[in-house]
Design a protein around this ligand. Structure first.
Ligand SMILES: Nc1ncnc2c1ncn2[C@@H]1O[C@H](COP(=O)(O)OP(=O)(O)OP(=O)(O)O)[C@@H](O)[C@H]1O
Ligand SMILES: [Mg+2]
Length: 384
């Protein structure tokens, strides 16, 4: 009863992965026998907290369920180094019995300094990444399966790493080998990857834009974990919780977790519990999601958001520009950067709205969060 099923956080798989079944089926087809699918190379994008990482986790689980080999990596400057010198040799040592016994024939382990060395010796030819991936694919194909390369956190700073991996995968795919690749990142990073030299491969990849959950999907994401653990939630309470989350996956988990905790030993999660949970979860959005999202922006970008926050709903781009004291065309840079960053959306021509729930309310309540560098309210109390 006390064991909270909800998982507010980043990269932590939820108890019910709602609304992604149809998408996952596309990958199951890739991992199923013989099927060719455009999802063999895919790019997943969407705003912060929409569920990119947990989708990758689910794709990896589907691959493993079909006995595929999974090479997972988070993009950063030394990813390839780690793959070449540590992870891939370890995976090969585990899978490639032939390589180990062949290399060890007539030589003692001590002479070679351990299995790592033996495996390394066999895959020394350049480029190492490509040959090691190639061998992993060969081993997987011998079992009737393949290799999935899954990369998270695509970022401008590590496009070179992405490029090298993409080239290796592309090469194997051209030879019709059973290897699939999926990479995820916020829209700005994915756009940078699509523009970069040497990454044209991804322009032909399947683009997957993750969106927030629909209202029915949100109800499932909340109700299933509760009922699955033997507790109950009435329709009214469920409806309130679902609507307050706006389908934003992070908030779904956050509200669910707090509603569960309110009176953990009672069977029913009441509307009171939900009411309390929504308040706490909304207040916590600032620290956990909104402030971190604002941190990476320029002060001009933040001014744009502050100008947007004056409206109760979608704002007109011309209005926003005039509030910023810019001539209309001049705010277009901020607009496109914020769109790419997954911070705002364009619901219709000439309009912009916040992508992340509670950002409007947060900026109104804490305008200084958007104006780092300006005096805060606390400092003002020490004036004159
Ligand atoms: N389909 C879903 N159903 C229910 N909860 C979900 C779903 N997708 C994600 N979540 C929850 O939302 C939160 C954020 O998910 P995740 O970390 O995957 O987002 P992300 O898009 O990778 O974010 P970031 O851009 O910061 O990397 C987690 O708490 C996760 O459990
Ligand atoms: Mg993530």
């Amino acid at each position: 009863m006390h064991d909270n099923p909800f998982r507010p956080g980043f990269g932590i798989s939820p108890p019910t992965l709602a609304g992604r079944d149809a998408l996952l089926d596309e990958w199951r087809e890739v991992f199923g026998l013989g099927a060719w699918s455009p999802f063999r190379a895919a790019l997943v994008t969407g705003m912060r907290g929409v569920g990119k990482t947990v989708l990758l986790n689910a794709i990896e689980d589907a691959a493993l369920a079909h006995e595929w080999t999974v090479v997972h990596g988070t993009l950063h400057a030394s990813l390839i180094d780690g793959l070449e010198h540590d992870r891939l040799p370890a995976m090969l040592a585990e899978q490639d019995a032939a390589a180990v016994t062949r290399d060890l024939t007539g030589v003692t382990v001590a002479q070679l300094g351990g299995l790592q060395t033996a495996v390394k010796a066999q895959y020394e030819r350049e480029p190492r990444l490509e040959s090691m991936l190639g061998r992993l694919v060969e081993l997987a194909e011998a079992r009737g399966t393949g290799v999935l390369v899954s990369l998270d956190e695509v970022a401008k700073e590590s496009l070179e790493q992405l490029r090298r991996i993409a080239i290796a995968v592309q090469h194997l795919q051209r030879e019709d080998r059973r290897i699939a690749i999926v990479a995820a990142g916020v829209p700005a990073s994915i756009a940078a990857a699509l523009d970069a030299d040497g990454l044209t491969f991804f322009r032909r990849a399947q683009q997957v834009r993750l969106d927030t959950l629909t209202l029915p999907e949100t109800r499932v994401a909340l109700a299933e974990p509760i009922r699955g653990r033997g507790r109950a939630i009435g329709d009214e309470a469920l409806e309130r919780a679902a609507r307050a989350s706006e389908g934003y996956p992070y908030l779904v988990q956050s509200i669910g977790a707090r509603a569960w905790e309110y009176t953990p030993s009672t069977r029913e999660i009441t509307t009171d519990a939900v009411q309390h949970a929504v308040e706490v979860a909304h207040a916590a959005m600032g620290e956990s999601v909104i402030v971190p999202a604002l941190r990476g922006l320029s002060s001009r970008d933040r001014d744009y958001l502050l100008a947007m926050a004056e409206d109760d709903g979608p704002a007109s781009t011309a209005e926003v520009a005039s509030r910023m004291g810019a001539i209309p065309g001049n705010a277009a840079r901020q607009r496109s950067r914020l769109l790419d960053g997954g911070i705002i959306v364009a619901p219709e021509r000439g309009k912009v709205d916040f992508a992340i729930p509670r950002m409007r309310e947060h900026l109104r309540a804490h305008p200084h969060d958007a104006q780092l560098g300006l005096p805060t309210r606390a400092r003002e109390t020490f004036r004159d």
